[in-house]
Design a protein around this ligand. Structure first.
Ligand SMILES: [Zn+2]
Length: 404
């Protein structure tokens, strides 16, 4: 059964829609049973989703008592959302339909060292190209979800960090991209978006943790179908959990942060101190490209590369034990483009350490897996955030075009 938390009296339409997406076809009675809500409440929620054109009836199934139950299904082409996940080193853009399926995708350049004034117009061009690739009516596009690093002010749509350059601090990111594209823009923590993306792409249970790695490391937790947000949506910064209390001071203020020891930037930096390795693997690009090359070499038997990756995976695993011990989840999913090639090494290392070290391992097992579509899941999550915000808005009828 899915609960909604003590402070939520009404089911969010997002959760009902998630359930319909997961089950493919489902009756109102089954939805009420799965959520523990009354049938009247569920009928009301379904009526709203049908009025929006998001859900339709597709026939009937016989119930135990012989009364036929009308089955509901999502209308995938009812609307589309754009998702972009970016950091300094890479960016991924997708267009997804209401069922969470990717209808267009493209790799894009990351922010680099450039100011947002240069990056935003480029993102706008990519959005235009993505929508052309997807060939969907622009009126059916509900907005853009920008999934990126923090700390951020999610409500204001601004980053609260001078990374990668001072011009980004407090820059009106969401407003500027909205003006450049004519579409509403929301921002989201990239690791939280990864969790939402994993959920949308299919097989997710309603509660799980996600470990995200792109240019940096982060994490997210989905509890009963909802992302855990903390006070300001800036929690679960796995990359800034200390794995060495006496380690070097990190830019965040903490000591011995996971990201500074095991993240792609740390590995690229370590490798750069070894001229033979640098030359053998053709390193010296941006840290994410170098990290990918080190990972590829590790998987093809380069001993030094394997040592670097092995140490990184072990340290990431130790931090993941902390994450699991805090949230008592039964499933950990790895997502983000740093895991695109070397993901299986990290998955196996994290699984091994969790099996030995997690506090509740005698109570339940914890399964570690790679996300389906591991590089794109965070961008898909960004897109689904647009839908989630729309469904959670109190005046949804005014914000979404009501269809007959
Ligand atoms: Zn830190």
């Amino acid at each position: 059964m899915r609960s909604f938390g003590s402070d939520t009296r009404m089911p969010t339409l997002a959760v009902v829609l998630d359930l319909i997406r997961e089950r493919t076809t489902v009756s109102r009675v089954e939805l009420a049973e799965a959520t523990g809500l009354t049938q009247a409440t569920m009928t009301h929620a379904v009526r709203k989703l049908m009025a929006l054109g998001f859900v339709h009836e597709v026939g009937t199934a016989r119930s135990n008592r012989g009364t036929p139950r009308r089955l509901l299904e999502i209308q995938p082409e009812a609307c589309y959302m754009v998702g972009i996940q970016f950091d300094r080193y890479s960016a991924v853009g997708v267009v997804v339909d209401l069922a969470g399926r990717i209808v267009a995708q493209r790799e894009m350049p990351g922010a680099g060292e450039r100011d947002p004034g240069a990056v935003i117009p480029e993102f706008a061009e990519h959005v235009q190209a993505l929508l052309e690739d997807a060939a969907v009516p622009r009126d059916d596009v509900r907005g853009i979800g920008l999934a990126t690093y923090g700390p951020q002010d999610r409500d204001a749509g601004v980053l609260l960090t001078p990374q990668p350059s001072p011009a980004w601090q407090g820059y009106p990111l969401a407003t500027a991209l909205a003006e450049a594209t004519g579409l509403p823009v929301a921002i989201e923590n990239d690791a939280t978006a990864a969790g939402i993306g994993v959920q949308a792409l299919g097989t997710a249970s309603s509660s799980f943790a996600v470990v995200f790695m792109s240019g940096g490391i982060g994490s997210g937790v989905i509890i009963d179908g909802h992302p855990y947000r903390g006070a300001t949506s800036n929690g679960l910064e796995l990359g800034h959990i200390s794995v060495d209390a006496r380690g070097e001071r990190c830019g965040c203020g903490n000591r011995g942060c996971l990201d500074t020891i095991a993240g792609p930037m740390a590995l690229a930096d370590l490798a750069s101190r070894d001229p033979a390795l640098t030359s053998r693997l053709g390193l010296g690009h941006d840290p994410l490209t170098d990290f990918t090359r080190i990972g590829r070499a590790a998987m093809s038997g380069d001993a030094e590369a394997a040592e670097l990756i092995g140490a990184s995976a072990q340290t990431l695993a130790v931090a993941t034990v902390t994450l699991v011990n805090l949230f008592d989840v039964g499933r950990v999913v790895l997502a983000g483009n740093a895991f695109a090639e070397v993901g299986p090494v990290y998955r196996d290392a994290v699984q091994g350490v969790l099996d030995e070290s997690v506090f509740m391992r005698h109570v339940h097992s914890v399964r570690v897996e790679l996300a389906d579509n591991v590089s794109h899941a965070p961008a898909v999550g960004g897109a689904m955030v647009v839908l989630r915000n729309l469904l959670e808005s109190p005046n949804i009828e005014h914000r979404a075009a009501v269809r007959g």
